[in-house]
Design a protein around this ligand. Structure first.
Ligand code: PLP
Length: 392
């Protein structure tokens, strides 16, 4: 038996475990201090009323002989596929049911999709970014190159900066951790590049619902020609608070004939679908009432982001993000490294964030704060911030 030695090439992920350990140690030494956590990328508001009602109804159906359901279609129930189809239609994106695959979230699909690609493909991943893209490719033994995202390019690398032929291109917009969002012209350049170089774009739209500027694209398929060269991953985790409930969807266009067929084959072989109850909840997210309620939650987080941004403005701390994203990406004042700044904030004001260096080498010297928190905590954390960095 030979094990997959590629796993030995994974870098240990110390980010969140080190954050947790530092906080535990600090609390043990300072039991009277109140810590405010602004580091975790998890939602804090509960599921909205309409979703809970839809799920309750589905639970009742499961307890009655006439409406009980066993295994469902691996690629999802048509009622949810149709709801997603209508959702895309609002942005003038036409999807066929056969292009919409329901999943238990974007993370699984982002990893699983790699089954469809040869291991000798070269992968391009933005740096900094959500670490799953790198690790899933390392596990498979693929070569990973990085596209530098930094303050010079507004944390939005472009194809003219690529020096070598790549086959698989990851784009995360709005980006985790920087909150940077590509506009239509920029995404158009990526689509043209992918078409010309016969590469595929894996577009992660997990934070699309945080985009409030109508002119900014929420789906790669708003760009002409994208159906020939892109797959889109989306999730109800941040859109509708499904981080613990688990539901997402992946769009594999029919234009990518083999990939669409392979993905269906892969899912029907290795996946047995998302629970009926969860899919009924997910369907209700796209109803008129559901959309209204999730919008209220998103606006709540966005107001938190505004409170953070305004505080950073007053403290004259450079930042980006926070407008079309739950994340605020700030430059550590006084040229501290990401971890030095982490320790400084914990020690001085007991506010916990995420060191930028945990998202890639270009994240060094930066820090991520999230708006996923209560209003009270956000306000208090920012009052502490302001008392430390002063109003200039
Ligand atoms: N994509 C990005 C960019 C994320 O930040 C996250 C979660 O934080 C995910 C995907 C995972 O989403 P899901 O909960 O649907 O697996």
């Amino acid at each position: 038996m030979n094990i997959n030695k590629n796993y030995l090439n994974l870098e240990q992920s110390y980010l969140f475990s080190t954050v947790a350990k530092k906080v535990v140690d600090y609390c043990a030494k300072n039991p009277d201090k109140k810590i405010i956590r602004m580091g975790i990328g998890d939602v804090t508001l509960p599921l909205c009323k309409t979703v809970v009602q839809a799920m309750h109804k589905a639970v009742d159906e499961m307890g009655i002989q006439e409406t009980f359901r066993g295994y469902g279609p691996e690629q999802g129930y048509e009622f949810l596929q149709n709801a997603i189809k209508r959702y895309y239609k609002k942005r003038n994106v036409e999807l066929a049911i056969s292009e919409i695959f329901i999943s238990d979230g974007a993370k699984s699909d982002l990893g699983n999709i790699l089954d469809l690609f040869s291991t000798d493909n070269v992968v391009l991943v933005p740096d900094p970014v959500y670490p799953v893209y790198v690790d899933t490719n390392i596990m498979a033994g693929r070569k990973v190159l990085f596209a530098n995202a930094n303050s010079n390019n507004g944390f939005l690398p472009m194809p003219d900066e690529i020096s070598q032929k790549v086959d698989i291109i990851y784009i995360c917009s709005p980006n985790n951790p920087t909150g940077a969002v590509y506009n239509k012209e920029q995404l158009d350049a990526w689509v043209k590049y992918a078409q010309k170089s016969n590469s595929i774009i894996l577009f992660d739209a997990a934070y699309e619902s945080f985009i409030s500027d109508e002119k900014l694209p929420r789906s790669i398929f708003e760009i002409d020609g994208a159906k020939d060269c892109a797959i889109e991953f989306c999730s109800l985790s941040k859109t509708a608070g499904f981080t613990g409930t688990r539901c997402g969807y992946t769009i594999v266009p029919n234009e990518l004939e083999n990939l669409n067929k392979f993905w269906l084959r892969r899912q029907t072989t290795k996946f047995n679908g998302v629970p009926y109850i969860i899919q009924r909840g997910a369907e209700s997210v796209f109803s008129e009432e559901g959309q209204k309620e999730i919008r209220e939650n998103i606006e709540y987080y966005k107001e938190n982001a505004k409170i953070i941004s305004k505080t950073l403005d007053r403290c004259k701390i450079w930042y980006t993000g926070g407008k079309h994203s739950p994340y605020i990406w700030l430059k550590c004042p006084e040229n501290r490294t990401s971890w030095e700044f982490f320790d400084y904030l914990l020690e001085k004001i007991q506010v916990v964030g995420t060191p930028g260096s945990g998202f890639g080498k270009n994240g060094e010297g930066y820090f991520r704060l999230t708006s996923f928190n209560s209003r009270e905590n956000t306000v208090e954390a920012m009052q502490r911030f302001e008392s430390l960095f002063g109003t200039k």
